[in-house]
Design a protein around this ligand. Structure first.
Ligand code: ATP
Ligand code: MG
Length: 432
């Protein structure tokens, strides 16, 4: 009995008999010869069925529908015109699992004939498309290289609870859940708990996990549930240490992703993965507002302004830019403030005009923290458990939250983060 060969390895087996398994991606029947494009998770291959040499298989193929899972046995031949320059002349074909003849959405798409909503309704068929399967591979690779980089730097991976007694970021955009006889909240970020890990002496921690935000936004960069990539690090000088760590990490991840998937990304998306040079450019919020001719009212940049800033740096050859020194009014109470200006020691990383990260040094002095909390009009009662961390010697620290789906969207120049997620969750999207 032959072992299964994956399609990407066929080139190594020219002249040999192989067994391949996969789904029928395309089918073309002619009078004396038929062609199947077979797809497995590693690629696609052309299978040829010649009427004269294998009349039984030739007849079977006529009855098969697209997306049926089959196995094919045959000889691998070099063929310049076929994808991957090989084809298989089938000597036997058997059906593993048939597909209904009418597909609700095409898997083999010529253009983009299916609407996004319909595609996502039938996501299990949608991700059969090689372009979408590649996004899933890239998303997994991002996780892997994120872990690899941080683990090499001595970071400890932690998992913090997603059910919380108090809101983690703000009291708006919050999902409330029934928790026996009281209320709980879904974590908007692991912020408070990762700082608890610093108070717990772990020094360098990271987490990859879900965050939940009940924001009624219908943008191309917001989901109600998404995966956030967090870091928190102690004994820093200021937020510049976090900036350096992040730019080195991004360069590392993109180098690795390019090595592993550069060819496939080029082939399916027509994009060269660009590994950025470090250091990335930095610009203060004040400078950015001047550059964009915007009124400086202490607010965050709008998405249009972020885009314009991205375009400005793209023209100079930079995909990434750190936007630094955010005004206090645009940042939460726990960010560290400068002594001499109403700004925070924080930054956003903008990737091709979209925020993908917010990072900051945190305020670790308990009296200052309480002052900042009150100045923002917030109470101390609900969050006393957090404030208590800082009473027992907590070193200066900081970290980031990075949105993985935004990273992939920008890397592949996609229209929305929706296609970067296995299943998207939005205001109107809770199914399947
Ligand atoms: P925005 O202003 O764009 O709504 P934010 O500043 O509220 O984002 P942060 O609290 O800074 O978001 O979260 C850290 C990172 O997590 C963001 O930079 C982004 O990449 C990602 N992120 C936050 N909220 C969402 C969301 N609803 N959907 C997808 N990614 C998100
Ligand atoms: Mg932010």
């Amino acid at each position: 009995m032959l072992q299964r060969t994956y399609i990407k390895n066929l080139k190594k087996h020219i002249g040999e008999e192989v067994l391949i398994k996969g789904s029928i991606y395309a089918l073309r029947a002619q009078s004396s010869v038929s062609f199947i494009v077979l797809r497995d998770i590693t690629g696609t291959a052309q299978v040829v069925i010649v009427k004269n040499s294998t009349p039984d298989i030739f007849n079977l193929v006529k009855s098969l529908s697209l997306e049926t899972a089959i196995s094919v046995q045959g000889i691998v031949k070099a063929e310049d015109k076929a994808p991957n320059h090989v084809e298989i002349e089938a000597s036997s074909i058997s059906v593993i699992s048939p597909s209904l003849p009418e597909l609700p959405i095409p898997v083999y798409e010529k253009g983009s004939e299916t609407t996004s909503n319909l595609r996502h309704q039938y996501r299990f068929l949608d991700i059969r498309k090689p372009k979408n399967a590649l996004i899933m591979k890239l998303s997994g690779a991002f996780d892997r290289y994120y872990r690899e980089f941080l683990t090499q730097q001595g970071f400890i991976e932690i998992h913090t609870p997603k059910l919380m007694p108090t809101p983690s970021e703000s009291s708006s955009d919050l999902f409330e859940v029934n928790y026996f006889d009281r209320k709980a909240y879904l974590a908007q970020s692991p912020q408070l708990y990762k700082q608890m890990a610093i108070a717990g002496g772990l020094e360098k921690v990271f987490e990859v996990g879900p965050i939940f935000r009940a924001e009624k936004s219908f943008t191309t960069r917001h989901a109600t549930e998404c995966t956030c990539y967090d870091v928190e690090m102690a004994y820093i000088k200021d937020h510049e240490d976090i900036i350096k760590l992040e730019e080195n990490m991004i360069a590392f991840i993109l180098t690795k992703m390019k090595e592993e998937y550069g060819d496939e990304v080029k082939q399916l998306y027509g994009i060269d993965i660009k590994v950025p040079e470090t250091p990335f450019p930095r610009i203060t919020m004040k400078e950015a507002k001047q550059l964009l001719g915007s009124f400086d009212d202490g607010s965050d940049l709008s998405s249009e302004e972020e885009k314009a800033l991205g375009d400005h740096f793209a023209a100079k050859g930079h995909d990434f830019v750190f936007l630094t020194d955010f005004p206090i009014t645009a940042r939460p109470f726990y960010h560290k403030y400068y002594e001499d200006k109403p700004c925070t020691k924080s930054a956003d990383l903008i990737y091709k005009g979209v925020e993908i990260t917010t990072l900051a040094q945190r305020e670790e002095r308990p009296d200052v923290l309480v002052k900042q909390l009150i100045a923002k009009g917030l109470g101390t009662t609900d969050i006393q458990w957090y404030l208590d961390f800082f009473k027992y010697g907590v070193p200066p620290h900081g970290g980031w939250g990075l949105g993985g789906s935004r990273f992939l969207k920008q890397m592949l120049n996609l229209e929305s983060i929706r296609d970067t997620m296995f299943l998207f969750r939005g205001v109107n999207h809770l199914n399947p």
